[in-house]
Design a protein around this ligand. Sequence first.
Ligand code: SF4
Length: 504
Amino acid sequence: MERYGFESLVTYLTSHAGSLIHHIPKVRNLFVRKARQAAYEYLIQKNPDRRPILVQMEKLQIALNLLDTVLNRIEEGLYSKNAVTRASTLLIQELILEPTGMTRDIRENFKAKYGRRPPGFLVIAPTQRCNLRCKGCYAKSHAGSGGTIPFPILDRIMREKTELWGSHYIAWVGGEPTIYRSQGNDILDLAERHLDTLFFMYTNGVLIDRGMARRMAELGNILPQVSIEGFEKETDDRRGKGVFHRILKAFEVMREEGVPFGIAVTPMRHNCDLLTSDEFIDFYFNKEKATLAWVFQYMPIGRDYSLDLMITPEQRLRLLERERELLWKKRLFYVDFWNSGPLADGCIAAGREGGYFYIDGNGWVMPCPYYQFSPVNIFEVYQNGGNLNTIYDQPFFEAIRKWQDQYAYARVGNEMGNLLRPCPIRDHHKTALEIIRQYQPRPEDEDTERWLQDETVHQGLIEFDERLAELMDPYWKNVYLKEESEEYKKTTSLKREIQAQAII
Ligand code: SF4
């Protein structure tokens, strides 16, 4: 009881600290220094899971890159007071003060019961409907498609993820979250009821006008991540004529109102190099002032899937090298769902520790948006008296978590599997199929049912995996693991440099 009283005090102080961080540079610098030190001590000095040192240094560097960009954006006056307050409150509680919090008790109780720490967040499609009809959409969304999660259920999921898992993060995907409507509520009404949660909203951005941007700035807990495909030609080709200019308008009103935003890109065979080019980076980070970028390589699943749109293994290696330059030289937060496997210790699907489940607009719960098979429906779970832990308990998900453990997550140092090809459904396709065939989860819909029967796509993915292993395994060994290699030796000076950044 006393501890929770202390936690209320901490919450009070940290929420006021957010306001000070926003207004007073000296307080801001002190906070940043504390955050850097805490990250350095945890990742490099403590290294509790005994990961390879270069893996830990990349995690620290990406955190420092994000912190520095955020600091610059605050100084440029691009974030609202509430955005700074909400994010810093969470960061202080998670990174600096977490050991004293109720969150710690929840996570430890979960571990005592299930043998692992709980998932860290959920990816949810509040609605499967969308106002656009993009080519090759993995979610197969359009105006007439799919269901919508009723507001009270969404609200309950939000509450339970905090009460049962100590989680304060949600990613909204689509469909298009900004068109969500249920019982007179929109998606921002939900964010307003859960101010202790940060919402990453993956959106096509075209409906973000000044009114919506102003509401988001006032709430301060919504971070829109806007999908783009390159510049005007590439974006309009895939998403529809005029979309690029509407996105630029959305960026403008978000900057003016103080909403931090990022971009989300989908590398395909034709635009892969463009998405990491200097011109592209300069435009979105320096001119448009994005804070971060997420990379979702095209996956041959969903609407009109095609192996020919997927990047080749050679392109993937090139993409990795360029992404590492953006990490180490350009100092950006540019994170790839696949190539950045080292940053997350591998695949985070199926409710892995700190990872997530995906819930679609019809309530089907899946390992992730690209692994479109479900053993359980949240609407039915609630009707039958269950809760989010009923989902966690499904044998199909446990089988994936076991694979993650055996491949890399439960291993230490050089014994870890190659984190540069972490994905069961794409990089270890045979394994994913075996798990699907053994546990017989329900395909998400008819498209996925057809996909499951399509031997051509499976064969294509298996051949992709074989070639990927030929390219990525030597890279993993020589760059990340081999201590006598030139690349690895550089880690000593990098370590000093990181240390210097961390204790500035
Ligand atoms: S299954 Fe693949 S795409 Fe999904 S979280 Fe794991 S690595 Fe990422």
